[in-house]
Design a protein around this ligand. Structure first.
Ligand code: NAD
Length: 410
């Protein structure tokens, strides 16, 4: 099994050797500054108690407060949370945000909890870690299987504990509690901005471009909606129950309604069912992994037929797979750039909270577009400068900023 943290360190090593990263900085970046752990015990609806292991990994805060989501998933591990917090450090730096990297996780299948149990667990997470959180310390957000309602419970618990309003302690909040307009679609929209820039570089025509998206959740479903509106043909998508294909292009609006009603994309009108593994190796122009880590590995990378991979998920490609894809001239737009739209609008949310003045959708989108395109151009020119793949270029770009901040701090 691929260990995401080992993969992250291999990516760090590759970039460090290209740019001759200072050895002391390289060493420091090989482990998180601090990993907090807790066991969260809650009373279940039937009166029994249950305990859930939880983490908050604070990787690096040279550029600003730690920033990163909280994942609720039965398969979460400490190494996964550490890897995700490292990638957050790189992600914030690659698009030039004044933020560091952190990440949280809880081993739980939230689908098995009632709403009351989920609320207790979320409030319990804040009670366990609140002394390490705060707008200028460490700022969580949603990730896989967490959402705006969970952020709202967490904010409420935090404010009760510290005895004051502090909306900037968490992002991805509902609009009624100081959330930012555009946050829901931000990850996908940011991905679309960089995808369109890459499509231009590769001289592809959207109207003739087919796309397969693995994962029809927050990131994937919004990506499908935005790309389909921009004229791309979405021919396949999936969720944890399986994948569907429709050669002439899926009706994304109807599919979204269908998924809301039935809980899955499976058996959607006229679409053929395939496996998630088959989706990855389909003959499409663009593949968008938008589910979990380690989907593209040494086992299947050689069979990938897409010309371009845009990673909305974090860590979907292993370092061994990267080498195979690079040899096969498949362009990989890496996670730390492709999905940075989410944290960028989270940053906007904090800025709005701090000034207590809120922006329109148009203002958010215009600012997001500027940051994503500047991020893309920086990474593309680093790739040209060193003749390297886009992932290593993104890490080099990020490491230049993180190491400058670490050096300036002495
Ligand atoms: P989500 O929970 O909304 O959606 C995840 C989707 O993946 C669901 O449709 C689920 O059914 C599907 N899935 C789960 N296991 C699968 C499997 N084995 N094969 C195929 N599909 C599977 O989560 P999300 O917020 O959309 O996050 C998806 C990915 O994007 C994660 O890697 C996350 O870290 C990353 N990401 C999300 C954001 C964000 O703002 N939401 C930001 C940056 C990165």
């Amino acid at each position: 099994m691929n260990n995401p943290f080992e993969n992250a360190l291999t990516q760090l090593q590759r970039a460090a050797s290209v740019m001759n990263l200072d050895s002391k900085i390289h060493e420091k970046l090989q482990s998180p500054k601090k990993v907090h752990t807790a066991d969260i015990t809650i009373t279940m609806d039937n009166g029994s108690t249950k305990t859930f292991p939880a983490w908050r990994s604070q990787y690096n805060d040279a550029l600003g407060p730690f920033k990163g989501g909280i994942r609720y998933h039965p398969g979460v591990t400490e190494d996964e949370v550490k890897a995700l917090s490292f990638w957050m450090t790189m992600k914030c730096a690659v698009v030039g945000l004044p933020l560091g990297g952190g990440k949280g996780g809880v081993i739980v299948n939230p689908k098995e909890l009632s709403e009351t149990e989920l609320e207790q667990l979320s409030r319990g997470y804040v009670r366990a870690f609140y002394q390490h959180l705060g707008p200028t310390k460490d700022v969580p957000a949603p990730d896989v299987y967490t959402n705006g309602q969970i952020m709202a419970w967490m904010l409420d618990e935090y404010e009760k504990l510290v005895g004051k309003h502090a909306p900037g302690m968490i992002t991805g909040k509902p609009l009624s509690l100081g959330g930012s307009r555009g946050r829901d679609k931000a990850t996908a929209q940011g991905g679309v901005f960089v995808l369109l820039e890459t499509v231009k570089k590769m001289e592809m025509n959207p109207a003739e471009t087919t796309v397969a998206i693995q994962g029809f959740g927050n990131a994937g479903a919004h990506m499908a909606e935005l790309l389909s509106a921009a004229g791309f043909k979405i021919v396949a998508t999936s969720d944890s129950k399986g994948a569907i294909v429709y050669d002439s292009g899926l009706d994304i609006v109807a599919l979204t309604e269908y998924k809301e009603k039935t809980g899955s994309v499976i058996n959607f009108n006229g679409a053929q069912t395939i496996t998630n593994e088959e989706l990855l190796t389909m003959a499409v122009d663009i593949l968008v992994p938008a589910a979990l880590e380690n989907q593209i590995t040494a086992d299947n990378a050689g069979n990938i037929k897409a010309k371009m991979i845009v990673e909305l998920a974090n860590g979907p490609t292993t370092p061994e797979a990267d080498e195979i894809l690079f040899k096969n001239n498949i362009v990989v737009v890496p996670d730390i750039l492709a999905n940075a739209g989410g944290v960028t609008v989270s940053y906007f949310e904090q800025v709005q909270n701090a000034s207590n003045y809120y922006w329109t959708d148009e203002e958010v989108m215009e600012k997001l577009k500027k940051i994503m395109i500047a991020g893309f151009e920086g990474v593309w020119s680093t790739k040209e400068k060193y003749t390297i793949d886009l992932r290593t270029a993104a890490f080099v770009t990020a490491l230049e900023r993180v190491s400058a901040a670490m050096k300036a701090r002495g």
